[in-house]
Design a binder for this molecule. Sequence first.
Ligand code: KMH
Ligand code: ZN
Length: 272
Amino acid sequence: MDKLIITAALVGAEVTKAQQPNLPIAPEEIALAAEEACQAGASIIHLHVRDAQGRATQDKAIFRQVIKGIKERCDAIIQVSTGGAAGMSREERLQPVTLKPEMATLSTGSVNFGDEVFLNPWGEICSFAKTMQKYGVKPEIEVFEAGMIENAKRLLKEGFVAAPLHFDLVLGVPGAMPAGPKALLYLVDCLPQGSTFTVAGIGRQQLPMAVMAIIMGGHVRVGFEDNIFYSRGVLARSNAQLVSRVANLARELGREVASPEEARKVLGLKRD
Ligand code: KMH
Ligand code: ZN
């Protein structure tokens, strides 16, 4: 098995400071949280940013500032979100890709997302993929429902993305694919041969899904974007605390944790 790549999804678009007082929001807070997560074993930072009021934004200037801060502090692979928040326009969502980060997310279908709809029609998916090709950014294909894997295969067939693909299997978003062992096994079974995958369990499913991913040879995403608790009713102290638990579990289970440089090799990333 490859060494375990841990992605830290530090902030997301939906969680608030009222729900999780340790949520990093300001650019310096996000950069510091990235450094701590990296020290705890994360090799990818999945990045959303917020404006001065704490609202989700895809503002290029804020992404630039946060990416600079992270790069000054650690060597993690930066993976910008192109999902942003439900309801954002294609142009708004694509802004951080033009900064040429090493990776960006690519959601390959539409899905109910809590009370909202996260809309990704086919034409827009192609245009996101084309923009990533243009800027030399490796997509992480975000899968919230099984049909999204079929769209990824179509992208591959039509030349919008190149193999080997890397997926993030997100399980447990309210209104989307529920989390559980059978769901995860099914999704992994659907992946094109040679793909790598990360598993992101939402809420209380974060930990059990992470353990399954470790055992199955997949990779793991944790962080406040997906789950704000350490255990039932107990808020996590930091993103790093969640990363650290997964790193320790992986070692206990006999799986080593990848450094950013080792993660780049597994994912076929070339530094610019
Ligand atoms: N906030 C969600 C609507 C991504 O980062 O690309 C979409 C999302 C996916 O978070
Ligand atoms: Zn995200």
